[in-house]
Design a protein around this ligand. Structure first.
Ligand SMILES: Cc1cc2nc3c(=O)[nH]c(=O)nc-3n(C[C@H](O)[C@H](O)[C@H](O)COP(=O)(O)OP(=O)(O)OC[C@H]3O[C@@H](n4cnc5c(N)ncnc54)[C@H](O)[C@@H]3O)c2cc1C
Length: 512
């Protein structure tokens, strides 16, 4: 192993939160930062930068592509995409941008995340540099406009022009339908990802920022109870240590951050011993509390091609509130303007040339999963068990059934109805709650939002992995700043919350 290079801070993962943090910490020219990123740079990488290309990235060379273990109540074939490129999942995803609701953050505080209240988190969301705008008029196609009109008619929810305007300092909205806000450049169709907004402007301009791309962090270096560096493998296969004078910050995401901790001997002691990893610090919460937004799908063939103008083929969303005791919506739908057919085709449904899909998802799923190591070899992927649809009172499955029924009501409503030729999946013959539940769970997918595997909680909470200052409990010089710290899942898509975590982490770290 070659000698260590030393920096003030070493950030593992130049992804969504890591890009924000790297930018903010290097604003001070006297602070040195090294970012260790497993993937290549996205600078000039058109297939990544062009947002509409997102589907082509899934399962490819820039995707870590995690399988799940068997899901007896759900779909065992789901693949969890995780981006292997600068900007992380913000370079892979659809960049749908929702601020968290006030009530989501009330739950964080109640779970022990003191200081992560709505006013504070929204003030960090105000700082986000990504170009978050409602879908531009030129990208609004007639089919989606008609879907919005029909959804409002069928469900009675208002049409919303700018969802985030209602959330930023207003607490959120009960329900609504409209075009999404997206982090993109409407003129070029390019992403405004975390790397585009936070790293591209400073790459090559800040001498205190070192980016090591195509470099994999295998283990943390612990000196006593202090994290002092990271063992890495460089693109040429060389192994070396990158040393941190002040802190190591893990921003490797909700799967790879706990994976790295576990391989470093930080996690549930019995599990580590079972795979032959030496225990350095018994921390039972690492890998537990795996959260997600599960979704299902209902598909219609359209009479003809869907109009071409779009941002990324999924331009609008509907939020419905069934339980009026809670101010937040409890059912969300994305619309896909393409046949999003992986799971339906596997079940034997045909794939029409032109189709639209509604994908009802569960904003606050009650099922809880976990991840764990199956080998001491850092190259072996961890096991992921989301335990989809296992909540004891059946809330998750019921939500999907409600979603499929509401989708059919929308499909029967003009002006959307006239676009549709036939229901492809599950097909009109599948009716009744039991049959819809069976189909909905077997065709289920993920909105790709794993989170919570290093959850934040009160400093004396033994199930928490980090305290409200994002410090790993019981160790020094080590923090986590990414989606793994979520104490609970924000109701809408989580990227803005992750960006805000990156912003706030910088302040917490600077404060010492
Ligand atoms: C296909 C897809 C679509 C999505 N759509 C949306 C959406 O539209 N809106 C939304 O809000 N959310 C969306 N999400 C979710 C959202 O993108 C993520 O929740 C968020 O980006 C996670 O950020 P993060 O910082 O936690 O991790 P990431 O952004 O995944 O960053 C982790 C980084 O760490 C690097 N890394 C990991 N392990 C190592 C290691 N050992 N050594 C070195 N580097 C390492 C990775 O290469 C990566 O760059 C989507 C996700 C996917 C995959």
């Amino acid at each position: 192993m070659s000698a260590a290079e030393t920096f003030d801070y070493v950030i593992v993962g130049g992804g969504t939160a890591g890009s924000v943090l790297a930018n903010r910490l290097t604003e001070d020219p006297g602070t040195t930062v090294c970012v260790i990123e497993g993937g290549p740079s996205d600078v000039g990488l058109e297939r990544v930068l062009r947002l509409r290309n997102w589907l082509d990235l899934l399962g490819g060379d820039l995707d870590y592509d995690y399988p799940t273990v068997e899901q007896p109540r759900g779909n065992s074939h789901i693949r969890h995409s995780r981006a292997r490129v600068l900007g992380g999942c913000s370079s892979h995803n659809t960049l749908i941008s929702f601020r968290p609701f006030a009530r989501d953050l009330d739950e964080w505080v109640a779970a022990g995340a003191a200081g992560w209240d709505n006013a504070t988190v929204q003030s960090y969301a105000d700082r986000i540099r990504c170009n978050i705008v409602p879908v531009a008029p030129k990208d609004r196609n007639d089919l989606v406009k008609d879907w919005i009109t029909a959804s409002a008619k069928a469900t009675g929810v208002p049409i919303v022009e700018d969802f985030n305007a209602l959330t930023s300092h207003g607490g959120g909205f009960h329900d609504g339908v409209g075009f999404l806000s997206v982090a993109y450049d409407p003129y070029s169709g390019h992403r405004s990802s975390a790397s585009v907004a936070y790293l591209h402007p400073v790459i090559g301009r800040r001498a205190n920022l070192t980016l090591l791309t195509e470099t994999w962090a295998g283990r943390l270096v612990l000196t006593g109870d202090r994290a002092t560096g990271v063992e890495v493998r460089t693109p040429s296969g060389e192994r070396k240590v990158v040393a941190a004078e002040r802190e190591v910050v893990l921003c490797a995401g909700a799967i790879d951050t706990p994976r790295l901790l576990l391989h470093s001997g930080i996690g549930p002691a019995a599990d580590l011993r079972a795979v032959g990893v030496g225990v350095r610090h018994d921390l039972p919460g690492v890998g537990e509390h795996l959260l997600d937004h599960p979704e299902s799908i209902i598909m219609w063939e359209t009479h003809g091609p869907v109009p071409e103008n779009t941002v990324m083929d999924s331009d609008a969303a509907l939020f419905v509130r069934r339980d009026t005791r809670d101010p937040r919506p409890d059912l969300m739908f994305h619309i896909y303007q393409i046949p999003f057919a992986d799971n339906t085709a596997r079940l034997g449904y045909d794939v029409p040339e032109h189709a639209i899909c509604m994908t009802p998802n569960i904003p606050r799923s009650r099922s809880r999963g976990r991840l764990w190591l199956t080998s001491s070899d850092p190259a072996v992927k961890p096991a992921l068990d989301f335990r989809y649809f296992t909540d004891p009172d059946g809330y998750d499955a019921r939500t999907i059934v409600d979603g499929l029924k509401i989708a059919r009501e929308i499909a029967a409503t003009e002006p959307f109805r006239s676009w549709l030729k036939r229901e492809v999946a599950p097909g009109p013959a599948v009716t009744g709650d039991e049959a819809l539940s069976e189909y909905g769970r077997r065709a289920a997918h993920t909105v790709y939002h794993p989170a919570g595997t290093c959850k934040m909680g009160a400093a004396d909470d033994p199930t928490a992995v980090v305290d409200p200052e994002l410090r790993v409990r019981g160790l020094r010089g080590l923090r986590v700043a990414d989606a793994s710290v979520f104490p609970t899942m924000p109701s809408p898509n989580p990227m803005v919350t992750v960006l805000a975590i990156g912003e706030r982490a910088a302040d917490l770290i600077r404060a010492g």
